[in-house]
Design a protein around this ligand. Structure first.
Ligand code: GLC
Length: 584
């Protein structure tokens, strides 16, 4: 047994021994993260790859937990066939549950969790996600996003816990849930605080745009969540694709090395974002200039999904030319190897399949349902319409998001962008309404509202945004409801029955003009697979307690609008009705 293979030795000694045995190519391989679709088991062995990832929607066929575990174990066995037998880290975006995996529990996206104001609940969610990710073997989750969203035009608004750093700060409890007290063996899964730094503060909410703030403002607005994550021992930090005052963060030595590593003492892995090296100097693809800028800035693991062979060759040249010092390569390897030893990957490289049965378990779905209910924000309730009384009532349910798991899950679900439709297992909001209304009620559903008439006691319109992710969700223009949703609500109103609008969206939308015609209005955010949690609040099984994690604009002319900026919003940050008090 070589010293690095002795689990009785301190991790630092194991790292020293292993590092001393590694060639330059083995060290560069450890810093390379390839996409599973662009590599295979033979590549993992031949190139000594340190990491493989599933980007959003990069799933094995058939997409089932066991197939994921088989895929993971195959790649690990390939890694163990290298001369030094260094296991890989496999990374995935389990950002609201193990959302790529059919049958996994999908929790509310972060904006809904921010509305709960409940860090303990979010920690429980992190622990449940860790158990489901562990069931597929994977040990690295590119979550939580700790971005502080300052403009709802941003396509990643829903990945933020809120517009003030106080919410992402307390919701770093997710990291404690995911990792446990520290990065360790399963079911601990290494968390990633992302995206460092200022991803949510770009001009006009332009994803991957430019965050123009003084350093003092950047430190006040966007740094606190990362400080909290560091205090919790977060294992990795992902760099933002955005820029700070015109300089891409991926090439920013001051922010990454001077601040994050030296001033704040971060000893984990700094990982780039997807092709983050490509645009450092505004050109497509990367050259030696971008590679050395990123590595010398302090990036340790490079997410280079397709062109990873080119990356390996270019970095080798940069090191041989003396433009990237060996000390930097060794620092990156120390950080990567330390996490692999801490996770026990050398002792237990393969999936612990005892966790497979926990994926989508009743216990996890019950937790998700609790989170959905706690995330609902009641913003209007005329004449105490809500909560609806169970029992013999005629209820009409309309809206294209009423019976659609895909819409209620949003992006990062089964595919990168997500999609409408019955994409995974779960309970739709309509199914939740039917169950909550009880056997004596009559619940009629038509997405467009056809069939509504004055014989119904109430109509519920579940409307909102089709799924999207990242820059595909940026909204530079109109932020109103889709015409089909407006038509559905108008048809319900023409019948003369009270209308409850439930908005399934990743952010506030421009609804001030329509709001007077709604009798009640609930922001449901992107609840995930357990839509019955929405019905729990609509029917009063769970008191409404959600509070806005972002300011709700009166008009898009106000954007950006944030708490304390002196503008008068439609609904302020922190607003929400508690139905039990009969507020309206
Ligand atoms: C994406 C996202 C990042 C994600 C990564 C891997 O572009 O910016 O949040 O973790 O790529 O999917």
């Amino acid at each position: 047994m070589m010293r690095y293979q002795d689990p009785a030795l301190p991790v630092a000694e194991r790292v020293d021994d292993l590092l001393a045995r590694m060639s330059l190519d083995e060290k560069i391989g450890q810093m390379t993260q390839a996409e599973r679709l662009e590599s295979d088991e033979a590549d993992v062995t031949a190139y000594r790859l340190g990491s493989v990832l599933s980007g959003g929607g990069s799933v094995p066929e058939p997409n089932a937990p066991k197939t994921w575990a088989d895929m993971y174990d195959g790649l690990q066995r390939a890694a163990l066939r290298t001369p030094l037998g260094i296991p890989i880290l496999y990374g995935v975006d389990a950002v609201h549950g193990h959302g790529n995996v059919v049958g996994a529990t999908v929790f509310p996206h972060n904006i809904g969790l921010g509305a709960t104001r409940d860090p303990g609940l979010v920690r429980e969610i992190g622990a449940a996600v860790a158990r489901e990710v562990t069931g597929t073997g994977i040990t690295w989750n590119f979550a939580p996003c700790l971005g502080v969203v300052r403009n709802p035009r941003w396509g990643r608004t829903y990945e933020s816990f809120g517009e003030l750093s106080e919410l992402p700060v307390v919701m770093t409890s997710y990291i404690a849930g995911l990792q446990g007290p520290r990065v360790g063996p399963p079911p601990s899964v290494m968390a990633t605080a992302k995206h460092y730094i200022g991803d949510g503060g770009t001009d006009d909410g332009d994803d991957q745009g430019d965050t123009r703030l003084s350093e003092a403002e950047l430190r006040v607005l966007h740094l606190p969540p990362f400080l909290a994550a560091l205090r919790l021992g977060v294992g990795s930090i992902m760099i933002s694709l955005s820029a700070w005052n015109g300089v891409k963060v991926h090439g920013h030595r001051y922010l990454i090395t001077d601040v994050l590593k030296n001033e704040l003492g971060f000893t984990g892995i700094v990982v780039s974002d997807w092709n983050g090296l490509d645009e450092i100097f505004g050109r497509d693809e990367f050259t030696g200039e971008e590679v050395r800028a990123a590595i010398n800035a302090g990036i340790d693991m490079v997410m280079v999904p397709e062109r990873w062979r080119q990356f390996i060759d270019v970095l080798r040249e940069e090191v041989k030319a003396g433009r990237v010092p060996m000390s930097r390569i060794d620092d990156a390897n120390r950080r990567i190897l330390t996490k692999k030893f801490e996770q026990g990957l050398f002792e237990h490289p393969l999936t612990d399949r005892s966790y497979l049965e926990l994926i989508g378990s009743d216990e996890h779905r019950a937790l998700a349902r609790r989170a959905v209910a706690a995330s609902q924000v009641v913003l209007k309730n005329e004449a105490g319409l809500l909560p609806l009384a169970p029992g013999a009532r005629r209820i009409f349910v309309a809206g294209r998001a009423a019976d659609d798991i895909g819409m209620q899950c949003g992006g990062w679900t089964i595919s990168w962008q997500g999609s409408p439709g019955a994409i995974t297992d779960g309970t739709t909001i309509l199914e939740g309404v039917r169950a909550a209304a009880g056997p004596d009620a009559t619940v009629v559903h038509d997405a467009g509202g056809a069939g509504i008439d004055s014989s119904f006691d109430v109509a519920i319109a579940v409307v909102g945004e089709e799924p999207y992710a990242e820059d595909e969700g940026d909204l530079p223009g109109d932020m109103g409801l889709e015409a089909c949703d407006l038509e559905t609500i108008a048809r319900l109103r023409e019948a003369g029955v009270p209308v409850v609008v439930v908005l399934v969206s990743g952010r506030p939308l421009d609804i001030a003009a329509e709001l007077p015609g709604w009798d009640a209005f609930v922001a449901a955010w992107l609840p995930g697979t357990e839509g019955d949690g929405v019905a729990d609040v609509l029917f009063g099984a769970v008191p409404a307690s959600g509070r806005l994690p972002v300011t709700w604009m009166r008009s898009t002319d106000q954007l950006p609008i944030n708490d304390g900026d002196g503008q008068v919003p439609l609904f302020p940050y922190g607003y929400g009705l508690s139905l039990d008090s009969g507020e309206s």
